[in-house]
Design a protein around this ligand. Sequence first.
Ligand code: HEC
Ligand code: HEC
Length: 259
Amino acid sequence: MKLVQITVGIVATILTLVILLFVGLGEPNRMAAEEASQLGKSIEEGALLFGEYCKPCHGPQAKGIEGLCPPLNDQYFFTGRLKDVGYPGSLRDYVKSTIAGGRLVSTRPNLYAGSMPPWAQDFGGPLRPDQINNLTDFVINFEKTAGQEMGMPTPTPEANDPVSRGKAIVLGKGTCAACHKIEGTAAAGVLGPELSKIGSIAETRVAGQSAADYIKESIVNPSAFLSPGFADNLMTKTFGQTLTADEINDMVTYLSTLK
Ligand code: HEC
Ligand code: HEC
């Protein structure tokens, strides 16, 4: 009797050990799978945020917008960029801190004339730390695909479209986003009137003036007609000098589509 009990005990112990061993061996795999799926989720979140906040400037596939914003989905960014800017840390840290703090002055104004506002809440931007992380994961993930092309941004089809060009200027070089809000874009300024429906509003502002003429006049000569409820001398008055006629026309074309 006693012998049987001991035998059962030993067999049970061995079985338990074998089971534990198998579970234990599977553990690193499971942890790796878990980490991979968390990273996958983070990249997906990052992609959504990118579409909302970054695409207007960095382009649909983060391929950049010629003259305005650099590509991030680009081989040079992963191989040469850190060295050229003399950044001592990792690419991940560079990406993360650039997103968080923005880039108020372009390092290559002759190539990319735009500037980038800060995104992290710590720097007065709209995004939480976990969202900055998601965006960093998304950008770093381009490393796998960026190898296919070299160097300079490929001009996107959008560069030939006045509406996209105008939008990029409004959100970038024009600095309009600092003072105006436009629904569905990164522009969230509050000093000036919201422009989300300016295409329709402009038709009703000044009798006898077309929407496009009103918008153009508002940009080059802000004091000509003050939007109700807003004081004079708040809007920058030098756009007629600092932006080219083509740039202003593109912005007017874009803003006229906002209805
Ligand atoms: C208003 C236009 C604009 C928006 C919106 C914008 N960026 Fe930028 N971004 C720029 C410009 C301009 C630069 C700097 C170019 C330079 O210094 O040569 C830049 C630089 C960067 C860089 C560093 C690139 C390098 O080569 O040094 C990263 C990374 C970046 N942006 C990520 C983002 C992310 C992520 C978002 C969305 C949260 C975003 N950007 C939104 C305009 C923008
Ligand atoms: C420093 C803040 C500031 C900047 C930068 C700025 N604006 Fe304005 N904007 C205002 C204010 C304030 C008003 C309202 C007072 C007025 O009509 O002059 C205004 C009015 C307008 C209006 C008329 C809106 C309406 O409802 O009648 C348009 C259009 C406009 N801005 C477009 C732009 C564009 C395009 C840019 C970028 C090239 C820009 N603004 C940059 C502050 C700004």
